[in-house]
Write a protein that binds this ligand. Sequence first.
Ligand SMILES: [Zn+2]
Length: 479
Amino acid sequence: MDLKAQEPLRLLGVRTDDGQRVQLRAQGPAAAQADGLTTGMRVELAGLWMHPEATPGLPKPQPYFMAGSIKASGGAAGAAPQPTVTRQQGSGAVAAAAGGGVKAIVIPIAGVASPGVACPGTTLPLTTVAAVKRAVFEESNPRGVTVGSTLNKCSYGITKLTSSSSFVAPLLNLPCNSTNNGVNWTFSKCDFDDFNGYAEAADEALRQRGVNLDAYKHRVYLLPPSQCGFVGLGYIGCDGSFDCRVWIGADVWATPAAIVHEIGHNLFLAHAGAVTSAGVFDDYADISGTMGYCCSDRCPNTPHAWQLGWVTMQQIDGTTIKPGQTLTFSVSSQAVSRQAGLRITLGNSSDPLFVGYRTKAGGDAAAPVDIAGLLSSITPGRLHLYTAAIANTFDPQPTDWKGSLGTLGSSWAHPTAGIVVRLKSINRTAAVVTLCRKAGPETPASCRAGLDNDCNGLAGDKDPACLKLRLLGRVRRRP
Ligand SMILES: [Zn+2]
């Protein structure tokens, strides 16, 4: 399913001090200022209220606020811990955005004119509440893939979602239109005020039934078939002072990957992107992680797992690798060990490089073969390469998938930093890789010193380039 076409890339909402939610659009300097925002920040806006003209016969458009400047303060970003910076195995841990677990209430919604009759613009839900429970809770579906099993397994129990602290509410029948906090909403269309209105109305109905909503930081609203074309929508980040909303489209109520993706946004993750064959960056095109396109079952990619504090990584200062030098590392499968992956800093001009190894085990047991390899002795897993500017747990920066290696001896070269990553061996638990810094063609001196100037994985007499130099008599045989 195509998430990109349906999930707006950037939709900003602010809540005023009197509780009203307002759609915000940004232009000029505000567009860049909006990039750094996460949910829960306090913002001061300068700009204009916009009231689009109504077209006869069409629903009245919603007013919105056009911001020319945004001044933000507070939010979780101010208190962000730095992720682990260590080369030691087993030490250090990132303060997880959801340490202690995800406490979510999942709220299936119908819009009904009268019992059994859907509102104009909607139909009755396609999925039963029982099926939603089986998609959400591991306890309701111990052998299947669920939201709970994905979070529990991929996080090594750090970000658990269980039926003891999360809740799937009974189907909630909302009226076809109403007003909450002074804002009108209707199922006849799906503007910002409408899907926020469904959430406000659902919250109110649940409170009236005695549900303690404050026990659930994450509110997952399951929308009936409606004018809302998106697969999902979620707040990027949330801190303690702000309820954290997610909306899930009618077709994917029982699709764990869709719900995990949106909860991932709540946990401060941006998207998992890649440059497509057309040469453009598509911020969903990394299939190796939950933050890419919906809907295969897999864990977050390695940089995102690290951002969440689910894995710790060997940290390498790539600028200290000398020209022609080769370093060897063992990279554990992300599904097998919390000590997984490499993060290589490359100086100020390039984003850090991430190396992750994925096998079909743990939270990746159901992952497609192009993520986690074939379950065979020849290709038991795949090594993936990414760059990402993520600085800490609360830093929603996209990741950029650069490619993957599955055959022994294959390599990938960083286009500007001159670092070459080569796959030396793989098994079901770990891959052995080398990092080499390019220094140009082999020379008599590099051949004598056993360096690998061209980073082809061969040094000294084993490198045909060196043999050629020796046969040409330019390199004297050492005594
Ligand atoms: Zn998304």
